[in-house]
Ligand binder design. Structure first.
Ligand SMILES: *Cc1c(COP(=O)(O)O)cnc(C)c1O
Length: 401
């Protein structure tokens, strides 16, 4: 009996991708092994963070790095760092921000469900821009001058959600922000692959960047990467690490926390609620190293393409639908297979097919973002060997009905 049988929970086939709702992805054996190894001994958790942080700094080109329990918690910690800096009193008060810089500027078009994490710090989001390019007639989104006009002496940071084609570009926003000494926090949770993005946003001037550990790199589901300015990462560490020791005995790693820059020892901060275990740190750095190696050798993409090719083969001769392979390395960061349902011929909607797959045994999840075009998309990152074949049989059956 495995753990799922003991718990009475049915595993699913996840062709939607590393969604938190679907428990993320599947760990490589080496990543699981690193977590088991880490589980066997105890360490000073700050030393573990400092070591992981210097590896993150190295691979991102940032001054500092830190392991968070996910990109969302990284956003909360980033916002808290930009508000409180190295002010121990301010850290102690968060999320109450009266009298502190507590405004974080965001383009209206970039508001999203994860910005609750930014607000959890105590920050108030100040929206700018009108995304009138979505109204049919319009062509404009937020403009650099609008960020500039919103900056005042209560501005703590600018929050920027990275996505291909976002307007204005990150370098344009950074130029405006830095002219007024304001840091830029980048949500890059889902912006890997391409792995080059690990360095890109830092190179473009971001002060803090958050990536998910549990998405494309295959780290533990509850892990994330934070990279950025040393002083801000120090503030993150001070507001995240457990502080339950006496000031006279507190001995944090100098690479993470410069004791000369503060006038005492912080209390447990706002980030203590989202702690990170040594097992997650071990798993994250191992996954990051392997993802970089496999990206360089081509194995990362080849593994994904393999699942998609098996699925396409299994679906040959499919009724009532057409297949489109999306596997152009230039255009598709992750290869995918689109299945466009001929809803008239089938007599059912693509959504009904999707629901049948989700409610079957084992449950099969696919990407629903293109249902408006009667299209189900298979995403290979969380598939295990043999699952593409099971999927093909089930999809063919659902499309025969
Ligand atoms: C997934 C995602 C997050 C949350 O990341 P976690 O690692 O699950 O905390 C935040 N922002 C965006 C844009 C995301 O896609």
């Amino acid at each position: 009996m495995d753990i799922f049988e003991r718990l009475g929970v049915d595993p699913i086939i996840n062709a939607k991708g590393p969604a938190t709702r679907l428990s993320g992805g599947i760990l490589r054996p080496e990543v699981a092994q690193a977590m088991v190894e880490a589980s066997r001994r105890c360490v000073d958790i700050a030393a573990m963070q400092a070591a992981a942080g210097s590896y993150i700094a190295e691979v991102t080109g940032a001054e500092g790095g830190y392991v968070t329990p996910g990109a969302a918690s990284g956003l909360m910690l980033s916002a808290a760092a930009c508000i409180a800096g190295h002010d121990l009193g301010a850290m102690d008060r968060l999320p109450h921000t009266r009298g502190l810089k507590n405004e974080i500027i965001v383009a209206r078009s970039q508001r999203n469900m994860y910005d609750h994490a930014v607000r959890t710090s105590g920050a108030r989001l100040v929206e700018i821009g009108i995304a009138d390019r979505y109204a049919g007639a319009g062509v404009r989104d937020a403009e650099p001058w609008e960020y500039d006009a919103a900056i005042n002496d209560r501005t703590a940071a600018i929050y920027y959600v990275a996505a291909p084609g976002n307007q204005p570009s990150l370098p344009e926003v950074v130029a405006v922000a830095h002219a007024s000494g304001i840091p830029v926090i980048v949500d890059a949770a889902g912006q890997l692959p391409p792995m080059a993005n690990l360095k890109r946003f830092i190179a473009e001037g971001a002060d803090l960047v958050c990536f998910s550990g549990g998405k494309a790199i295959g780290g533990p589901q509850a892990s994330g990467i934070l990279a950025g300015r040393r002083d801000l990462v120090m503030s993150v560490a001070m507001q995240h690490l457990d502080m339950d020791t006496a000031p006279g005995r507190w001995n944090p790693p100098a690479s993470l926390i410069d004791r000369n820059a503060i006038n005492g020892m912080p209390r447990d901060g706002i980030g203590r609620v989202c702690k990170v275990g040594k097992e997650e740190i071990a798993g994250l750095v191992t996954a990051l190293r392997l993802a970089l190696e496999e990206d360089a050798s081509g194995a990362l993409r080849a593994g994904w393409s393999h699942h998609i090719a098996r699925l396409a083969e299994g679906l040959a001769g499919l009724n009532n639908a057409t297949l489109t392979l999306r596997d152009d390395p230039e255009r598709d960061p992750v290869p995918m297979l689109a299945i466009t349902v001929d809803q008239k011929a089938l007599g059912r909607s693509a959504e009904e097919v999707l629901v049948e797959l989700e409610r079957g045994k084992p449950a099969i999840y696919m990407e629903p973002g293109e249902l408006g075009n009667a299209t189900l998309v298979a995403q290979p990152q969380c598939l295990a060997e043999g699952e593409a074949e099971i999927m093909a049989e089930r999809i063919k059956a659902a499309l025969r009905a």
